[in-house]
Every structure is written in structure tokens, then in C-alpha cells.
Design a protein around this ligand. Sequence first.
Ligand SMILES: NC(=O)c1ccc[n+]([C@@H]2O[C@H](COP(=O)([O-])OP(=O)(O)OC[C@H]3O[C@@H](n4cnc5c(N)ncnc54)[C@H](O)[C@@H]3O)[C@@H](O)[C@H]2O)c1
Length: 248
Amino acid sequence: MQLEGKVAVVTGAGSGIGRAIAERFAREGAKVGAWDLNADGVNETVQTISDAGGQALAIEADCADKDAIAHAARQTRERFGDIQILVNNAGIAPFVPYLDITDEQWDRLIAVNLKGPHLCTREMLPPMLKAGWGRVINITSSSVQSGSFAQGHYVASKGGVLGLTKALALEFAASGVTFNMVPPGFVHTPALDNAPVDIEKFAQTLPMKRVGRPDEVASACLFLASEDSSYITGQTISTNGGRYMGSA
Ligand SMILES: NC(=O)c1ccc[n+]([C@@H]2O[C@H](COP(=O)([O-])OP(=O)(O)OC[C@H]3O[C@@H](n4cnc5c(N)ncnc54)[C@H](O)[C@@H]3O)[C@@H](O)[C@H]2O)c1
């Protein structure tokens, strides 16, 4: 078991990719704080983990809200102890033509997708630094590498997380805490339901001729969360079926 004895927080663990990461980490021995705005979703995730013999705590929290994050971190620590692994996965991905994006839509998206990862990291980093070991994994998006139609605010937010990841990787490189990114391509989750394209048809244009599965993103996160990735920071593992092969 690769994460035996570790405590992890996965944000947005009530659905899709976050759920797969939480389940995978728990199977590898981690105690998981499963956070999500959606209480039903995150309770389901934790039930599945418990049924399989793992340990997890469901917490309803808005990961764009500083006080809610502090409260969720406190609950997680009280139950499991210090948090060593953080996966910033919670996100929203609406499709809105650029000129139609309202200020409110822009601000909420940036609050959830960019400020949220910053707030969660700032809450959880100090104890990791004190312990001299930690892992921060940010779920970005292949859209940062390729652009994405009618998602100007979304791509801007994920590009911001890319910059934050590299900046923190450098600033804390000697600390024992690593910061890496996993940008998924197209992965089968409820978020894809809103995409203004026929996903199965689109999948035929991808090099692997299929969209990805959440557990394939979870595998990359598991590696980055484990001891095996100890000399890797500021890096990107693109889980995109060969869609984009650049180094960004
Ligand atoms: N599915 C894809 O093809 C794809 C591609 C690229 C990037 N991503 C990224 O992967 C991550 C997960 O996406 P998914 O496809 O699993 O989506 P999803 O909609 O299935 O799951 C996202 C989860 O985040 C939660 N969430 C949203 N806002 C929140 C908030 N403020 N606080 C706490 N929880 C919140 C939702 O309730 C939901 O449970 C997102 O960051 C997304 O941008 C997904």
C-alpha cells in the first residue's frame, strides 16, 4: 500500500475525478478527508470507501470559502491527524461564449478554480513544511495547453493554477513538500454532460480514440502523492490519451 499512514484531503470528492482519487487513495491506505459542496455526493463516496474497508470522512464545504476551508481542515485533523497530501480537484467548467461571461460568472469561477486551490494550500502547507514532507497535487486541464471554445474564464483559471504550482514548487523546493499538476484531457464525468459537443463522436478525433476514465487520472495522482515521486516538483503528468504532447 503506497499511502499507508498518510492523511489526504481531496476537494470535490463527491463526483467524477475527485471521487476516483479519494477511493484510490483510501485503497492505498490513506485516511481521506473527502470535501465537497455536494453533501450527498461526498457521503456516497465515503460510504463506498467504508464498504471497501477504507477510512474517509465526508465534509460538506465550499472550497472557495476561507472559513469553510479552515473548519473542514480542523475536522479532518481532529479525526485523522496532520494532513500530508492535498489534491486541489474541486472545479466548475461552464461553457459561455467570452462576450457573454458576466462579471459574477467570472468572479465565481476564479474564486472556485483559482483562489480555492490557493486558500486550501495556504491552510494546509504550514504543517507540511513543519513536518518536512508533503504533496500538493493540482488538477488543471488540457485546455491550458490547447485553449477551449467558450471557456475563457475556465482556461484562465486553470492557467493561473499552473503558474501557482510552478511558483510554489520553486519557493518550497528544498522543503520536502512537492507541487505538481495533473491536467486531464476529456474524462467521463458528470462535468462533461454540459459540453456543447457529442463526446463519443469527439472521442474518435483523439489519438487513443476514446475519452479517459476518472481512475486513469487517479493513477497519476497516486504516483505524485507517493514516496516514489520524491524528486519531482513543478511538473505535469498529462492524462489526455495523447491529445497534447507538449511540455507545458
Ligand atoms: N472531466 C474532464 O474531462 C476534465 C477535464 C479537464 C479538467 N477537469 C478538472 O477535473 C476536476 C474534476 O472535474 P470532474 O470532471 O470530476 O467534475 P465533476 O463535476 O464531476 O466534479 C466536480 C466536483 O467538484 C465539486 N465542487 C464544485 N465547486 C465546489 C466548491 N466550491 N467547493 C467544493 N466542491 C466543489 C462539485 O460539487 C463536484 O462534486 C475539475 O477541476 C475539472 O476542471 C476535468
